[in-house]
Write a protein that binds this ligand. Structure first.
Ligand code: PNS
Length: 164
């Protein structure tokens, strides 16, 4: 059986914590889709296409396994994407009990909707405090985000003249 899993998220932008979870998940499944989900209720820093490009560069630069695909999704339920591609599981990184409490209802609803299981992975504790929202805030105030994000993202965020 060819086992496919999906790591969904806004990835606005991808952080080192995300990259760690993607790396761990890629070793557990035959194929892993990193899915950039467009959330119309959130004001995004980066356009979806830019987020996809930065994830692809970050994965390549970190030498992550070749069974990872980077995709985007903007219409309908997340589990509809899983059904369309034949994915059996969602993978989420959980940094704390707060994340577990937030993710648990969604995991149960997704299982009830389509039989898609959610697997929680613990990232390296070194990344436990890192979030995309923190990165966006530090970057917007001119701070150094390089300890928290892949090199490609740090370069992108700190080169405003090329960012439109
Ligand atoms: O990186 P984020 O912003 O925490 O990612 C949140 C995301 C995209 C995983 C979450 O918003 C989500 O699961 N969206 C899909 C919408 C959906 O299918 N909802 C119904 C079942 S929970």
């Amino acid at each position: 059986m060819h086992r496919i899993a999906v790591v969904p998220g806004s990835f606005d932008p991808i952080t080192l914590g995300h990259l760690d979870v993607i790396d761990r998940a890629a070793t557990l499944f035959d194929e892993l889709h990193v899915l950039v989900v467009h959330n119309p209720d959130k004001t995004a820093l980066l356009p979806v296409a830019q987020r996809v490009a930065l994830i692809e560069r970050s994965i390549a630069e970190a030498g992550l396994p070749s069974n990872i695909k980077v995709m985007s999704w903007s219409v309908g339920l997340l589990v509809d994407y899983c059904t369309d591609v034949g994915a059996i599981a969602l993978v989420k990184g959980v940094r704390s009990q707060v994340d577990v409490a937030y993710e648990t209802p969604m995991a149960i609803v997704n299982r009830n909707l389509a039989g898609v299981e959610t697997i929680f992975l613990l990232p390296d504790p070194a990344h436990a405090h890192v979030s995309s929202s923190l990165v966006r805030q530090v970057a917007s105030l001119g701070g150094d985000v390089s300890p928290y994000v892949p090199k490609a993202v740090a370069e992108y965020l700190q080169t405003p003249t090329t960012n439109g």
